[in-house]
Design a protein around this ligand. Structure first.
Ligand code: NI
Length: 140
């Protein structure tokens, strides 16, 4: 069985604006089909997850997060998560991108696993558009 050529067909439901944005990027990047773009996006998602899993040991890191502050209850959840990890989170910077959109940069230091947990907790909140974690190892 060749895992790359055995194809499975799936049907997914997406908000229209999400699909429109995706199609726009596919067009810009010259993809021949939407399926190819989705396959690539899924591969990237998996690679990112695996890379995140390798974040171990004492680390200094930055989380860059974009979210819609008009999403009901989101601001409170984000604040609660950040307070829960106050020993790891050193500082944060908030910038208002548009009337609805906010950009937040969070500086962290601690165990890699914990940094990853924080990123995943933030990512799972409804209204959070994107979360990126970048880390460097601390030590000699
Ligand atoms: Ni804002």
């Amino acid at each position: 069985m060749n895992t790359e050529t055995d194809l499975s067909r799936i049907g997914i439901s997406l908000p229209k604006n999400l699909l429109d944005k995706f199609d726009e990027i596919l067009k810009y990047r010259g993809y021949s089909s939407r399926s190819e773009g989705i396959r690539d996006a899924i591969r990237n998602y998996i690679t990112y997850y695996q890379w995140m899993s390798d974040v171990r040991g004492e680390r200094q890191g930055v989380i860059t997060m974009v979210y819609d502050h008009e999403q009901r209850g989101l601001l409170q959840s984000l604040t609660e998560v950040q307070h829960e990890y106050m020993d790891t989170i050193q500082a944060s910077l908030h910038s208002h991108v548009t009337h609805e959109k906010c950009l937040e940069v969070i500086l962290l230091r601690g165990d890699g696993k914990e940094l990853k947990n924080i990123a995943e907790r933030l990512m799972s909140q409804k209204g959070v558009e994107s979360v990126k974690l970048t880390t460097i190892p601390v030590g000699e």
